[in-house]
Ligand binder design. Structure first.
Ligand SMILES: [Zn+2]
Ligand SMILES: [Zn+2]
Length: 595
């Protein structure tokens, strides 16, 4: 057998080809399927593929075995994928005869951001068509050679979607599947998915009573006591770090007049994503802030700054609102109300390098505490779209690159991807399931100082523009906590656990001593609860394990008489009896963590 091709490009072709086979199989479920199942688009995505279609009745996972059966039949027949070019007239006639109205729309070449007709095979000289067996589709390709290559596949889930992503258009069904070059790769991927599902922060958030969402406030988090503890604890640690690193913490308003948003450019470029507030005449004249930057520009501008005052750093954990579409909201990862560990650093051009060094130092300290490796995407100047002096850009980009190199940070350059106002670093955390999660951004900005006419007085007495660095390290706390929940599968390190320790009695006879132990731990700033219920000790242990509590202290006769505790650790199981003092030393060691 020839060696399996595993290149990303091949896997994309493989997945896209499997999508065609799936579309064919769905048609087989319905009488006259070619005319009643209306196909929209079916692209490959990361690790998976989908096909959007309008079907006579909703498809459910119960239909998957039947669909997979038809897919396997076509795969077994090992027919080739064959390409042809048709004229527009021929294509229109063929798809019209089969009532394929979405394909007709694509042929008419209507493109928008969701669906591009050229991606679907529409070109100036005609349309590209692919056949596999009895299945024909409008498609640019490329495909694999024969259907037999698609045998390691699995259908995964089905969800709703709108034609062209437009909620005023037809409601479609999107069926997802995955396909791989080998059986082992397929199995590994399915196992990873299972593990990810077990760790899903929405599921764990419910089970561990961390947070809730309610339709009465879409996209806004209700933090329950345990989740609120994690949130506040994280925010305090970040605050403390910023304070010791020379940041000034400020608190700024939520609502601002539109004039501010006009100055900052948000009114022009970001209005759709903002919650606007109308005046008495129903005109939007103010808005909830989606970002802290403009407020910080006002604070900087309110005072005369000498070069000696720079870098001037403002840290703000203010509440931000972004008007995300309801359909895109997802647990803590995509919300409407959020807080960031946000800061704006005002520096001279000469200070850019050192300031970036310091910011990267903060990354290493925070991410290092969580054992989270990270890498960086470096977006550089778009030659056709940038503001300011090319010399300054070149210098700034050289500086950023050398800072990344000096700090041995793994990075890739995305040429031309920077916003027009400055180069940008996006940090990707690699979590315990080997997934990249984007949290942090460091953005250099030549524009806001210009728009707000910020100045500082240079050593020679002249007025100069500072440069602004926007930086968030955790990013939004909401998304960062979602990542932490999944990274640790809910088993937070002791210092971040809402409950660090549970004291359990073997029977009611030992409640007095157990209470004494609990109070002693409370006095040592340990977050401890007492379980003196009548449950059997096995049941108490099970309960504590479900709650991922780091330590269980079991109290019976021996422990009371010797003034000890029997310790079970979440990671190591039974670690035997310890004196109260030595247990307190041990747990304090794990609690005393600063970034
Ligand atoms: Zn296709
Ligand atoms: Zn900013």
């Amino acid at each position: 057998m020839s060696e399996v091709n595993q290149s990303p490009e091949y896997l994309e072709r493989l997945r896209h080809s499997t999508a065609h086979i799936m579309a064919y199989a769905v048609q087989q479920l319905f009488p006259n399927g070619e005319h009643t199942v209306k196909l929209a688009i079916g692209p490959p995505i990361e690790n998976e593929f989908y096909y959007d279609m309008e079907v006579p009745r909703p498809i459910t996972p119960d239909d998957f075995p039947e669909i997979e059966k038809h897919m396997k039949a076509m795969i077994k027949s090992n027919v080739p994928f064959e390409q042809e070019t048709w004229t527009f007239d021929a294509a229109r006639t063929w798809f019209a005869e089969r009532n394929q109205t979405f394909k007709l729309e694509l042929i008419d070449g209507i493109s928008d951001r969701e669906v591009s007709a050229s991606d679907e095979g529409v070109a100036e000289e005609g349309v590209s068509i692919y056949h596999n067996g009895d299945f024909t589709d409008l498609c640019k390709g490329p495909h694999i050679d024969k259907t037999g290559e698609c045998r390691h596949f699995k259908l995964l889930r089905v969800s709703g979607a709108y034609w062209r992503g437009d909620s005023n258009r037809e409601q479609l069904q999107r069926i997802y599947g995955t396909a791989w070059g080998t059986r082992e790769d397929l199995r590994t991927y399915l196992r990873q998915r299972e593990e990810a599902a077990k760790r899903d922060h929405r599921k764990l958030g419910r089970e561990l009573e961390l947070f809730q969402m309610h339709p009465e406030s879409p996209g806004s988090v209700f933090w329950l006591p345990k989740g609120a503890f994690i949130y506040n604890h994280l925010s305090e640690k970040v605050r403390k770090l910023n304070l010791t690193e020379g940041y000034n913490e400020v608190r700024t308003p939520l609502i601002y007049d539109s004039s501010l948003w006009q100055t900052s450019g948000h009114w022009e470029h970001f209005k759709e994503d903002m919650f606007l507030i109308d005046n008495e005449d129903g005109e939007p004249t103010s808005a909830l802030k989606p970002m802290n930057c403009p407020a910080h520009m006002l604070i900087y501008k309110s005072k005369r700054h000498s070069y000696r005052d720079l870098p001037y750093r403002l840290h703000d954990q203010g509440v931000l609102h972004r008007n995300e579409a309801t359909g895109t909201l997802s647990g803590l990862s995509r919300v409407r109300q959020l807080c960031q560990d946000d800061a704006h650093n005002f520096v001279t051009e000469d200070q850019i390098a050192e300031e970036y060094e310091r910011i990267l130092g903060l990354f290493q300290r925070i991410y290092g505490t969580f054992d989270l490796p990270f890498r960086c995407d470096f977006s550089t100047r778009n030659p056709d779209k940038y503001m300011g002096d090319i010399e300054v850009w070149n210098r700034a980009e050289d500086i950023l690159e050398s800072v990344l190199k000096n700090n041995q940070i793994d990075y890739t350059v995305d040429p031309g991807e920077a916003a027009f106002y400055g180069p940008k670093l996006d940090f990707q955390i690699r979590d315990s399931l080997n997934r990249d999660v984007q949290c942090a951004t460091v953005q250099l900005d030549f524009q806001l100082p210009e728009r707000f006419e910020l100045i500082y007085i240079a050593p020679d007495g002249s007025e100069k523009r500072p440069v602004v660095i926007h930086r968030a390290i955790c990013g939004s706390f909401e998304r960062f906590i979602a990542m932490l929940i999944e990274h640790y599968a809910g088993a937070f390190p002791t210092w971040l656990s809402p409950v660090q320790c549970v004291v359990m009695t073997i029977s009611q006879k030992f409640v007095d001593y157990a209470t004494e132990v609990q109070n002693l731990l409370l006095n040592n700033e340990c977050r401890v609860v007492l379980d003196n219920s009548d449950d059997k000790i096995g049941a108490k242990i099970r309960q504590a394990r479900l709650q991922r509590i780091p330590y269980m202290l079991i109290i019976g006769e021996r422990e009371r008489d010797n003034r000890t505790v029997s310790v079970r650790s979440r990671e190591e199981g039974d670690i035997g009896a310890m004196t109260l003092d030595s247990f307190i030393d041990k747990i304090r060691d794990e609690i005393d963590i600063d970034f």
